[in-house]
Design a protein around this ligand. Structure first.
Ligand SMILES: [Zn+2]
Length: 80
C-alpha cells in the first residue's frame, strides 16, 4: 500500500498554540506532517491541529481510532 502523504501524529503532551486549521488558540493535540507527493520521504510542511480539527482530519484521511481509544465528546471553549 502506498504511503500516505499526510502523517498524523498525536502529541503526548498537548501544548497551547494556534491551530493551523481553525486559527484559534487551543490545546494542540495533533501534528500533521505533509510529505512531498513525489518523494514521500521529504516533509514539505506541518500543521498543528487542535483536537477537533485533528480528529476531523484523521477521519477524513480514513484512519480509524484504535480500539481502546476514546473520543472525548466534551470540549472546553475558553472564554474571551
Ligand atoms: Zn482547530
Amino acid at each position: 500500500m502506498e504511503k500516505d502523504v499526510i502523517d498524523i501524529k498525536v502529541l503526548r503532551y498537548p501544548k497551547l498554540a494556534k491551530c493551523s486549521s481553525c486559527d484559534r488558540v487551543r490545546d494542540i493535540y495533533y501534528k500533521a506532517l505533509i510529505y512531498d507527493v513525489e518523494d514521500k520521504k521529504q516533509i514539505v510542511g506541518d500543521l498543528e491541529l487542535c483536537k477537533l480539527c485533528g480528529e476531523n482530519l484523521n477521519a477524513a484521511a480514513g484512519n480509524e481510532l484504535k480500539p481502546g481509544e476514546e473520543v472525548i465528546k466534551t470540549f472546553n471553549f475558553n472564554k474571551g
